[in-house]
Design a protein around this ligand. Structure first.
Ligand SMILES: [Zn+2]
Length: 117
């Protein structure tokens, strides 16, 4: 049977990009994290879009890497927790993409936060 390509009605999809970078912070009053220390973070950004609209993955990558390299990679981010950083990434990248954005941020290989829930 011959395959025919049918025109799909548009669906909502998530375009995703994952990257890694390093940051240092300090969590005041915490017995272990009260010292300045760093993590190798893993960030997964999901951008909600329309399946019928072409979006070059490269432009998604570039927009995310620009924010990370400019404001976060190899920087000291003060007293910000993983939860606060995820919300900050959400705010900045929502403004960048003018679309619904989901953030998954791993502080270690085992612990991560997802924002929004
Ligand atoms: Zn930490």
């Amino acid at each position: 049977m011959a395959r025919t390509k049918t025109v799909q009605s548009p669906h909502t999809i998530w375009r995703r990009y994952e990257t890694e970078f390093s940051m240092a912070h300090i969590i005041k009053g915490h017995p272990r994290c009260g010292r300045v220390h760093g993590h190798n973070y893993r960030l997964l950004v999901s951008v909600k879009g329309d399946s019928n609209r072409f979006v070059d993955f490269y432009t998604v990558k570039e927009a995310i890497e620009k924010v990370i390299s400019r404001d976060y990679d190899h920087r000291f981010v003060g007293h910000k927790t993983c939860e606060e950083l995820a919300q900050e990434f959400h705010e900045k990248l929502t403004a960048t993409f003018k679309a619904e954005v989901g953030i998954d941020l791993w502080e270690t290989s085992k612990f991560s936060v997802r924002y929004p829930a």
